[in-house]
Write a protein that binds this ligand. Sequence first.
Ligand SMILES: [Zn+2]
Length: 55
Amino acid sequence: MGIISTVSGLFGSEGRHYRYRCRDCRTEFAQRATGEDDLICPDCGSDAARPVESS
Ligand SMILES: [Zn+2]
């Protein structure tokens, strides 16, 4: 029981994506929530992406 709930919890967090917007070209893209240092815009390669606030 404990193991199963732990595994499903890991999958749940791994499948989580957040939306970001590149400040250079304004492209929006979804990426797994890793460290902010790993955020690279898929369009222009800039690292100036910021999280998009969901309202
Ligand atoms: Zn960009």
